[in-house]
Design a protein around this ligand. Sequence first.
Ligand code: C5J
Length: 233
Amino acid sequence: MNQAVATATTTAVAVDAEPYPYILRLQSTVLLVIDMQRDFLETGGFGDALGNDVSLLRATIDPMRAVMAAARAAGMTVIHTREGHRPDLSDLSAAKYRRGNFPTRIGDRGPMGRILVRGEAGHDIIAELAPIPGEPVIDKPGKGAFYATDLEAILSSRGITHLIVCGVTTEVCVHTTVREANDRGFDCLVLSDCTGSYFPELHEAALAMIKAQGGIFGWVAPSSALLEALPAA
Ligand code: C5J
């Protein structure tokens, strides 16, 4: 389906999504790109240091690049997030620091600087998906993008009601953010090929949870469905 519905003030488009079409208006929708950081996606980063296969996350880069280009061309705001902490780690809870009991921890020095610390190379968004001037970048200390950030204030000041969500990892920061957004009254569409996980089975389960029970947390669609719908806006 790719149906444009004209209204008095704006044009709505329907994206062919599950469990049913997702209706968006450009003026009230942002593309929210979660944690596409070198520490998660590049060799030598945190994810790699923990023994994960970063190629599973890197498969999202090309489809995400196409979606970001289409969103920008359509005039939709793109907002980026980065997971990380102050250099003195004063915003890192002891629980988060200890969790996993891994030999490599947040704040340790690695090939791309201190892991998940703001200002370090590994904390940067990957070059392929770098924000362009004017796009908000939200630094978040938690998994969810609403926790301890000004994201909600930024969305509210722009009259945003709909979030198209992509990024990594599907079952952690993407899922937490979608749940937070859902409870705050936002309608979320998650792009299945623009989200990724080190664990494919968890990626699938996370997407299934979002769209289950009539879309209990939101909608899911491949990026092709959004790309098909956007020109109508
Ligand atoms: C994780 C994230 N997985 N961005 N962070 O620790 O999903």
